[in-house]
Design a binder for this molecule. Structure first.
Ligand code: SAH
Ligand code: DHB
Ligand code: MG
Length: 227
């Protein structure tokens, strides 16, 4: 392994995954319980994976973030990772379309004692985001809701992040299809093209320096470097 071409980007080796989980033990009982409770409430099992949950907590601690915006709450699994990373005077603003999901997330945050440290906004995120602009600029924006809207969420983040603030996008390998430019099934085109636009805009916008981390599902990370 010497040339760049020989170094694969990420690994799909199940032994490496098992090793990482055994060594870094990403999920404690509280995080595991969320997956079970969400399943009982009939929510889709599309939370971030165990290692990604840990990545979110560690990345948030690295930034020293106090004000985090999350788009796509689901059952609050990723939200709990942000809350754990925030200082006592930190705040999580999280956006969720489905009241049924928000209800499960409120239980999640309450069980871990974070009642006073978050706000959930129920409805279309793009319509509700303006309500928090008065609390900005923000330190970190995590995008994990409807894939077609990622470019719009990026526009919002670019305007409402502080310089030095971070935007994170989940699922940016598009289930392995991010490299595709033509599609057998036209229904795949919309989310994949939106994720491609999200990545290429972050890569080319002079306001950001960005990379794509080869996590299980692809995690795009951009730092705002200028207005
Ligand atoms: N971040 C969560 C997973 C989010 S799954 C975790 O890792 O724990 C994506 C969520 O986005 C779903 O709950 C879905 O209902 C929500 N969603 C979809 N479209 C949305 C929209 N337009 N506005 C806000 N939330 C939306
Ligand atoms: C889906 C959405 C997600 O955010 C995710 O992490 C996995 C799957 C989905 O819509 O299928
Ligand atoms: Mg996701």
């Amino acid at each position: 392994m010497s040339s760049a071409e020989e170094k694969d980007f990420g690994t799909a080796d199940a032994n490496i995954t098992r090793y990482a989980i055994e060594t870094f033990h990403p999920e404690d009982a509280a995080l595991q319980e969320i997956r079970i409770r969400a399943k009982k409430a009939d929510l889709p099992p599309i939370h971030v994976g165990p290692m990604d949950a840990l990545h979110l907590e560690v990345l948030t601690r690295m930034t020293g973030a106090k004000k985090v915006v999350e788009i796509g709450t689901l059952a609050g699994l990723s939200g709990l990772c942000f809350l754990r990373a925030l200082p006592a005077d930190g705040r999580l603003y999280t956006f969720e379309y489905e009241e049924k999901h928000a209800k499960v997330a409120r239980e999640t945050f309450s069980k871990s004692g974070f009642d006073e440290r978050y706000e959930i906004f129920v409805g279309e995120a793009i319509k509700n985001l303006p309500q928090i602009e008065k609390h900005g600029p923000f330190d970190l924006v995590f995008i994990d809701a409807d894939k077609a809207s990622y470019p719009d969420y990026l526009d919002w983040a670019a305007k409402n992040l502080k310089i030095g603030g971070v935007v994170l996008g989940d699922n940016t390998f598009a289930w392995g299809e991010i490299w595709k430019t033509s599609f057998d099934n036209p229904r795949q085109a919309l989310p994949v093209n939106a994720l491609r636009e999200f990545n290429s805009r972050l890569a080319n916008d002079s306001r950001f320096r960005a990379t794509i981390l080869p996590t299980g599902e692809g995690l795009t990370v951009g730092v705002k470097v200028s207005n």
